[in-house]
Design a protein around this ligand. Structure first.
Ligand code: QVN
Ligand code: ZN
Length: 331
């Protein structure tokens, strides 16, 4: 049936990418398990996974029920909130980390302060993004909604596909137009869209060579070096070959983001604040069966970079050593 659309294409940011659609399937469609089993993304529709949140969690409801504690809020001078690992900034053995300029600041705000800043926001002000793991600091009504997620459904998927344990649920309250730039996580992810509309662009792990991740020891480990708003095709020529998939999530949708899949997430421009909650699971045990899967090769390259840093100590020696090992021999 034709679904009414609550957004216009001019609310999406424009990128130089040709993107296919991520399939949208009803929760009880057997093809959902087929795709999850193949580590391929799928939008799960009409489920009860986050139904209680979809029914209750408006910005106003959260303002009254998120408790009176400070929550993690990122501030950015631009629309981009590029994640960085603080622990990779300080270490003396990491010269690259020392002159690293963090693109965002982190602060603690009570939900009322956060919502007030959102309402009073003017161009030129820092943009805001609340990112808070759901835990016992949230109020009792949120806990009640949370315990009434369809845990049977997600647990059934976790077991059937041999995922590891649930590690966390991140509550995300984003200002309209915010972007989380392209990165991958080392966890399986059920990404639930609760309120407002979010566009997700995904690339398979095999696009590793087209998305140029920062070195493993860099604070922006796991993030793409390519600025999607202004790609530098001289430094990143293969970016043109990236073959991506996209979807616009509406409230109630749950997007399966497979482990190691690249994803860029944006809250629609002029769409008001958005609310999401994700479910991060450790990856399952991977037996080394040949041919190796793409994501296993990524894991191996990460281990090589870590071992080399461990033994060389200075990250500036890792590149030259790898180059001397490969040039003229494996090229
Ligand atoms: O659920 C996911 O994996 C996403 O990327 C969702 C993303 C925010 C995630 C922020 C983040 C990125 C990297 C490390 C830790 C936290 C969004 O919705 O904007
Ligand atoms: Zn992510």
């Amino acid at each position: 049936m034709c679904e009414e659309k609550h957004w216009e294409s001019d609310q999406l940011r424009r990128y130089d990418l040709d993107l296919k659609q991520i399939p949208r399937l009803r929760y009880n469609d057997p093809k959902v398990d087929e795709l999850i089993g193949q580590n391929k993304p799928v939008v799960i529709t009409d489920s009860n996974i986050i139904k209680t949140a979809q029914e209750n969690w408006t910005p106003e409801y959260l303002e009254h029920n998120l408790g009176n504690v400070g929550h993690n809020v990122f501030l950015s001078k631009t629309h981009k909130f590029k994640y960085f690992d603080r622990t990779k900034m300080l270490s003396r053995s990491n010269p690259q980390g020392i002159d690293f300029v963090p693109p965002t600041k982190e602060t603690k705000l009570k939900i009322g302060e956060f919502m007030k800043k959102l309402k009073e926001w003017k161009p030129g002000n820092d943009r805001l993004y609340l990112q808070q793991p759901l835990n016992d600091t949230v109020g009792p009504s949120l806990v009640r909604d949370f315990v009434r997620f369809d845990w049977e459904y997600v647990g059934q998927k976790q077991n059937k596909h041999n995922w590891g344990p649930l590690t966390s649920n991140l509550l995300l309250i984003s200002q309209e137009g915010n972007v989380t730039p392209c990165h991958y996580d080392e966890q399986q992810n059920f990404f639930g869209q609760v309120y407002g509309y979010k566009r997700c662009i995904l690339f398979p792990p095999s696009d590793f060579e087209c998305l140029y991740p920062h070195p493993v020891h860099h604070p922006h480990d796991r993030q793409s070096m390519v600025d999607f708003d202004c790609p530098d095709y001289t430094r990143f020529p293969k970016f043109k070959n990236a073959k991506g998939f996209e979807t616009v999530l509406k409230p109630g949708d749950v997007l399966y983001i497979p482990i190691y899949w690249w994803h860029h997430v944006e809250s629609l421009m002029k769409g008001g604040p958005t609310i999401s909650v994700n479910f991060w699971y450790k990856g399952g045990p991977t037996s080394l069966e040949y041919p190796l899967k793409d994501h296993q090769k990524i894991a191996i390259t990460r281990n090589v970079e870590k071992m080399l840093l461990e033994v060389l100590q200075d990250p500036r020696e890792v590149g030259p050593l790898l180059r001397s090992m490969v040039m003229g021999r494996y090229t």
